[in-house]
Write a protein that binds this ligand. Structure first.
Ligand SMILES: NC(=O)C1=CN([C@@H]2O[C@H](COP(=O)(O)OP(=O)(O)OC[C@H]3O[C@@H](n4cnc5c(N)ncnc54)[C@H](O)[C@@H]3O)[C@@H](O)[C@H]2O)[C@@H](O)CC1
Ligand SMILES: [K+]
Length: 473
């Protein structure tokens, strides 16, 4: 599991540790880890050209001390000072080690092998200032590997917002813990590959944001016991599709069949299309209440205006509501349910539920998912470049999905996801686990199917067993 903590918590843990260590020890730990990571990226340090972008705070200090370490190993290191001041100890260490201060950033940045972004870290507010932005652009268009110190400068550590320009890094070396912004778009996109340097912080047991990894997902996946039969493994009911959108029913069933439930019960007008693709489905013309027992419902994909949402919400089993099912959704009705509810909106649907503009949700995904989960008393999976999953209880960490790929932005892929998540719910996973495991497998399946080429939603569904095997492998 990758755990991320807000700046306030990181600062408190740093203060507590600094009080017990000799002055500057923490910065030395950070700089040592940073220099080692840079050396790894450079391959050969001696003779390498390294440029440090140095802001006025301790983030710049880290860059300067790491630069000093690289200079001692034979790198040619120049510092570009972009703040009103620079960390004095760091600057002295750099010059003592043979590094120098560059007068003209545009003379050194284009020829660099590695650029270290130490403009701002967790103390940064807002986007890059104009001068820093111009230098960051020069770094981006050079051949250099751009390494962000702690965070790409210009991104918001707590929310992942990017208000203005920010450094686009190939890699980010972060200290003590991940920060939420490193796991959530749009900031995540600026961070590149992530590396965590342990500096010995003691952090609270519950993080603000977390990201599952293979081992976590493997632990959560349902495994049929020897004595399982299809009913004991769980039956998932899928209410989806309409005369106009029969394909949504097929895709939701496709996801549900690969999610670990023992059987899929389809309810709706697209039974013929579903059976043509998946003869193993139990098909019922409706209504849902007469379809037979299920352990979880999925309702919404391609439903159009077909009624049925209220009836399904009245049931006493977990219900996942997606797409068209989200439109008529009343917070009071969801809150009053005796069993858990999972909502799976994309940014547009989330915006409609919250009564705000879509752009507002996209810029502040973490706030939006928390707000929706609180308002509806439901687990909310907000789809997008980083899919987020929030539980109704605000003290439970939000899960950021690390496996997404832009190729997933294709018609019908959400239907596969809701079927998959509903199937995991029926198999007995808790709502937050079902939603986040589904997002994880779905992203992995898309990457597997795509390998950098366009894919269709049914390719994602077909790749799910392979993704499952990758995780449990
Ligand atoms: N506190 C600690 O114990 C440690 C801190 N470390 C480093 O210290 C960093 C935090 O240092 P600081 O608190 O000094 O803060 P930063 O260095 O992140 O930034 C604060 C400085 O940048 C200026 N600034 C803010 N927003 C700006 C913007 N958009 N453009 C330009 N300048 C801006 C501020 O006026 C201030 O001078 C961490 O990110 C990490 O890199 C590490 O050395 C590990 C130990
Ligand atoms: K930085």
């Amino acid at each position: 599991m990758r755990s991320a903590y807000r700046v306030e918590t990181v600062r408190a843990a740093e203060a507590e540790l600094m009080a017990r260590l000799p002055g500057g020890a923490l910065m030395q730990r950070a700089a040592a880890g940073l220099a080692a990571a840079c050396a790894g990226l450079l391959g050969r340090v001696s003779g390498a050209r390294v440029v440090l972008l140095v802001g006025s705070g301790d983030n710049g200090g880290d860059a300067l001390y790491a630069g000093a370490r690289l200079a001692r190993r034979g790198a040619g290191v120049s510092a570009v000072l972009l703040g009103s001041r620079a960390h004095q100890g760091g600057l002295a260490a750099l010059t003592t080690a043979g590094g120098r201060v560059a007068d003209d950033p545009f003379a050194v940045v284009p020829r660099a092998d590695l650029v270290l972004d130490g403009i701002t870290g967790i103390g940064g507010r807002g986007g890059l200032r104009p001068e820093a932005a111009a230098v960051a652009r020069a770094a981006r268009s050079s051949q250099a590997v751009v390494v962000a110190v702690d965070l790409p400068s210009g991104v918001d550590a707590d929310t992942g917002r990017v208000a203005g320009e920010a450094v686009r890094a190939d890699a980010t070396v972060t200290f003590g813990t991940y920060k939420p912004g490193l796991l959530i778009d749009p900031a995540r996109e600026y961070a590149g590959a992530l590396r965590l340097v342990d500096i010995g912080l003691a952090l609270p047991p519950v993080p603000d944001v977390e990201a599952l990894q293979h081992a976590d997902v493997a632990r959560l996946l349902p495994v049929p016991a020897a004595e399982s039969d299809k009913y004991r493994r769980g039956v998932v009911g899928v209410v989806a599709g309409s005369a106009r959108y029969p394909g949504a029913a097929v895709l939701a069933v496709a996801g549900a069949l690969r999610g670990g439930a023992g059987a899929v019960r389809y309810v709706g007008p697209a039974g013929e299309a579903v059976l043509a693709h998946y003869p193993e489905t139990l098909v019922h013309g409706g209504p849902p209440g007469k379809a037979g027992r299920v352990q979880a419902w999925v309702i919404g994909p391609g439903l159009g205006d077909t009624p049925g949402v209220e009836e399904v919400l009245d049931s006493d089993v977990p219900v996942l509501v997606d797409a068209d099912g989200l439109r008529p959704l009343d917070p009071a009705a969801v809150r009053a349910r005796s069993a858990p509810t999972v909502l799976t909106p994309h940014a547009g649907e989330a915006a409609a539920l919250l009564g705000v503009a879509r752009e507002e949700v996209e810029a502040a995904r973490l706030d939006a998912v928390r707000e929706l989960a609180g308002r509806y008393g439901a687990t909310v999976l907000l789809k997008g470049s980083t899919t987020l999953v929030a539980a109704p209880d605000a003290d439970v960490p939000v899960r950021a999905n690390p496996t997404g790929t832009p190729w997933l932005a294709t018609a019908g892929s959400g239907d596969v996801l809701s079927g998959l998540a509903g199937s995991l719910l029926a198999a007995g996973l808790r709502p937050r686990d079902a939603a986040s495991v589904a997002a994880y497998l779905h992203g992995l399946a898309a990457r597997r199917a795509s390998r950098s080429a366009p894919i269709a939603a049914h390719d994602v569904a077909s790749a799910l067993p392979g993704a499952w095997r990758d995780v449990t492998g």
